[in-house]
Ligand binder design. Structure first.
Ligand code: ARG
Length: 393
């Protein structure tokens, strides 16, 4: 049964019906949907809308659904499910009969999707923080291994001043520390529970919102049901944070590519993360780095898609919001799969510390140091600069 067919005399156009579904992509939310449904079931019993026995029947149905979702590959092959909310209801009714229809009492899919997405983003942030720690650990290890080795630091892509290789690598640590703190910041702001917001004006039953929030490890219930059902700021914030990380990774990838050319010869590409050419037998190409550089485009594109989807959207829930899911899921998946790969790359890339050191010893990179030496002897800085410049000439 559809979740809303009562007032309709005509069936939906078949093609439209299939086209408007979100189940092909929102099925990945199933475990969040089930967790939120468990909290709602307990709240229903607490306010007397269902009996304790019904609560237990529904909870056991929900846990069977969770087991099947984990173990049966074909479980999601449901040609009629409109979205993950409809799917769970259908499964529940198959398992426990009409009592399954009681689960939806006093709630709306609008608050459910808002809740599921918050849980999804929160979970993704927690996983990403672990991956960030591994990634930064790999950079730090390489910085330690580089010891006292020097290399040129560049400005305008010209050799500027000698620096420690470690100094260069630690620049990336700063970027990723900021990224990690952006994620924690986003997590703090999103950790409020929309359950009990209903479709827009709040729940039609006296549900204990604080209890539902606590069960799902939210800090508190959201403050305003009109906002809570239409708010996707947390999605936008999260994907913006991912864009910035993708940007940092693209800068890193570009430097590694440059440094791996024969022109620089500072690093050798690790074979497990490189590919060959079907035409030129001598080639070893940095495909991982090139793909990392390009993935940033999709993540940034997704951020833009989210901005434009939400722009000008009147309160409260509109179906437009369904379109915020795929940009979120795609960006998340991209980042979750990319970070372990760049970490593996960083652990196995070979640094040619002698070549880097040699490059740091030519190109008059001690010119500023020489001018500073003259400044110490009392020569005005501008004149010292001029004198050393002439010496370079
Ligand atoms: N699949 C929908 C979405 O992701 C769930 C909410 C549907 N709500 C509604 N009023 N049609 O947005």
């Amino acid at each position: 049964m559809k979740m809303w067919s009562g007032r309709f005399r005509q069936p939906l156009d078949e093609k439209f019906e299939r086209w408007q579904r979100s189940f092909p992509f929102d099925c990945i939310l199933i475990h969040y949907e089930l967790a939120a449904s468990r909290a709602h079931t307990r709240a229903l019993a607490l306010c007397g809308a269902i009996s304790d026995a019904e609560r237990e029947t529904i909870l056991s149905g929900l846990s069977q659904i969770a087991d099947r979702a984990k173990s049966i590959a074909s479980f999601f092959a449901d040609p009629d499910a409109e979205d993950v909310h409809h799917f769970v209801e259908k499964q529940l009714v198959t398992l426990i009969g009409d009592t399954g229809y009681k689960l939806h009492s006093g709630r709306s899919r609008n608050e459910q999707i808002a809740t599921d997405l918050r849980l999804y983003v929160r979970d993704s942030i927690d996983t990403l923080q672990g991956l960030f720690a591994d990634w930064m650990g790999a950079i730090l290890d390489r910085a330690k291994q580089a010891g006292e080795a020097a290399m040129p630091a560049y400005t305008h892509m010209q050799r500027a001043e000698p620096v420690l290789v470690a100094h260069w690598l630690l620049a990336y640590i700063e970027m990723f520390l900021r990224d990690a703190s952006r994620l924690s910041d986003c997590r703090k702001r999103l950790n409020l529970c929309p359950l009990g917001s209903g479709a827009v004006a709040g729940a039609t039953l006296p549900l204990d919102r604080a209890e539902m929030a606590a069960e799902l490890y939210f800090d508190a219930p959201t403050g305003n049901s009109i906002d809570a059902t239409s708010d996707r700021d947390f999605v936008l914030e999260f994907v913006s944070a991912l864009s910035q990380t993708a940007l940092h990774l693209s800068r890193w990838a570009e430097e590694m590519l440059l440094f791996s050319t024969q022109e620089y010869a500072f690093v050798s590409l690790p074979e497990p993360y490189s590919t060959g050419s079907s035409a030129m037998p001598q080639k070893k190409n940095g495909d991982l780095l090139e793909l990392v550089r390009a993935k940033a485009a999709r993540i940034i594109g997704n951020q833009n898609a989210l901005l434009v989807t939400i722009k000008g959207l009147p309160l409260a829930y509109n179906k437009d919001l369904q379109e915020t899911q795929q940009p979120l899921f795609e960006s998340t998946r991209t980042m979750l799969t990319m970070l372990p790969l760049v970490t593996g790359f960083m652990r196995s890339v070979e640094f040619h510390l002698e070549s880097m050191q040699k490059a740091a010893q030519s190109g008059f990179m001690n010119a500023w140091a020489a001018a500073t030496y003259l400044v110490r002897l009392g020569i005005p800085s501008r004149l010292a600069h001029e004198q050393v410049g002439k010496a370079v000439r």
